[in-house]
Design a protein around this ligand. Structure first.
Ligand SMILES: Cc1ncc(COP(=O)(O)O)c(C=O)c1O
Length: 460
């Protein structure tokens, strides 16, 4: 039986009535109703096509037929509790192990990034017998109570005094381009924090970090930062946890995992993965070393997860890995990502509002500033640009502490033509529309009500 289709207004009214209003919509003043999708294209209820530059979850493309086929075939056969012996979970773990350093070889399958990070915290705390966690400013690691607690992006809006290490941002951070060794300098800020905390008699369980800080504004880490921090954190009795929930599965192109950008020899103690893993199906995972997993087992408490690692989820996970390989999506990320970056840099040369263009593979961002010396964030303009792009049927979004970084994390099948289309439209808007609006005064502009979009960075 086909589901009943409501008109957009009715859907919106029902959503406002029935769904918690803290669950925000994209483009909240005028949300999109998307009814189908394919590859990197979304279609609304009228059949209008939108270019999707932001859905990092639909990693190999929306509704990829190989994923649908694998899911359906397994669903028709069996979907049972992972406490029955089944081949899918072990085959999937083995395939993932082949992408990771040898040391990371024990897997726990869960259903969301938050679950993965919560389990990673438990593993780290059990292994080290310590409690405190070092995180970076503006980080986000999930929506569970334990993770809001370690996510400055969320907790600075709540009560409570906490501390965090500065973002290793070489564009607007403490140490910038031109510094002789920003990796070492930023690692030393973590060391200082560790010392301070230890002097107060507290003990550190882990450094918890995204391999490329996404919510922090699509930051590309300076070379040498992770290995040095890992050295400091391990010396303090803690372990290194890499959150690859946004950055894993080949998004950076040159490597399968973004932590590998910090050198072939660098290996975290725990890695968490999620979003792209199931191409939209809820599938996430924690991988760690034999030693850490052994301590967790030794505490005698069974780890049971009803849905984690079920045969359907693992069949989907395997199919995602197959598509990444067969369609050579990492090479596509390198090729299209570098072209997109080049085109964005050309725009930067023309428009002073683009202060920085940064990224690797299909993890890219550009930062809007009111002036290139003081680096005053052009937050309203960024929101406006996103709004104008949506009117031109392109979905983009903002990120960063001031919501002034326009971020790209499209499905990995994003093409050269898509890159050209989006940069052409950005160029047009910056040239014509933003200039006009600036002259009129942004606050009194004809669409000033729309500026709310993008002011709050979106997490995904
Ligand atoms: C870096 C990072 N970690 C963890 C999470 C939480 O993942 P989930 O929303 O699947 O619980 C997110 C979600 O946005 C994230 O961006």
């Amino acid at each position: 039986m086909a589901l009943q289709m409501f008109d957009k207004e009715r859907t919106l009214q029902m959503r406002q009535k029935l769904i918690g209003q803290s669950c925000r919509l994209f483009f909240s003043h005028e949300p999109l109703k998307i009814v189908k999708a394919r590859g990197q294209y979304l279609y609304d209820e009228n059949g209008t096509q939108y270019l999707d530059c932001i859905s990092n979850v639909q990693h190999v493309g929306h509704c990829h037929p190989s994923i649908t086929k694998a899911a359906t075939a397994q669903m028709e056969l069996l979907n049972a509790n992972s406490r029955f012996l089944h081949d899918n979970i072990v085959q999937y773990a083995e395939r993932l192990a082949n992408t990771l350093p040898q040391k990371l070889c024990v897997f726990y399958f869960v259903n969301s990034g938050s679950e993965a990070n919560d389990l990673a915290l438990r593993l780290a705390r059990q292994y080290t017998q310590n409690k405190d966690v070092v995180v970076l400013n503006h980080a986000y690691h999930g929506h569970l109570t334990s993770l809001i607690d370690i996510s400055p992006y969320k907790f600075w809006k709540l009560e409570g005094q906490k501390e965090w290490a500065p973002l290793p941002d070489t564009y607007r951070g403490l140490y910038r381009e031109g510094h002789p060794n920003p990796g070492q300098a930023y690692a030393d800020t973590v060391k200082n924090l560790i010392d301070e905390v230890q002097n107060r008699g507290r003990k550190i369980s882990c450094f918890f970090v995204e391999s490329l800080p996404s919510v922090g504004g699509h930051i590309i880490l300076p070379p040498g930062y992770f290995p040095k921090v890992a050295e400091y954190i391990r010396a303090a009795g803690g372990v290194f946890v890499a959150d690859e929930i946004q950055t894993g599965f080949g998004r950076v192109g040159s490597h399968f995992w973004a932590f590998q950008l910090q050198g072939e020899d660098f290996c975290p103690d725990i890695v968490t993965m999620g979003k792209p893993m199931g191409n939209g199906h809820p599938l996430a995972c924690v991988v760690t070393t034999k030693e850490i997993a052994g301590t967790f087992t030794a505490n005698g408490v069974e780890y049971f997860n009803t849905f984690g690692g079920n045969p359907v989820s693992c069949a989907i996970g395997l199919a995602v890995l197959d598509v990444i390989e067969k369609e050579d999506l990492r090479a596509n990320a390198v090729r299209v990502g570098s072209q997109l970056k080049k085109l964005l840099k050309q725009l930067q040369a023309k428009h002073t509002i683009i202060g920085d263009v940064r990224g690797v593979g299909l993890f890219l961002g550009f930062e809007l500033v009111k002036d290139r010396v003081a680096l005053t964030p052009a937050t309203e303009e960024a929101g406006l640009l996103v709004q104008r792009l949506k009117e031109r049927h392109i979905c983009l979004s903002t990120d960063g502490p001031w919501a002034n970084v326009i971020k790209f994390k499209p499905p990995m099948c994003f093409s050269m033509e898509d890159a050209e289309r989006v940069t052409e439209q950005i160029g047009f808007i910056l040239q014509v529309q933003l200039e006009q609006l600036k002259v009129k005064g942004l606050a009194q502009g004809p669409n000033s009500g729309n500026l709310a979009v993008g002011l709050e960075p979106a997490t995904f």
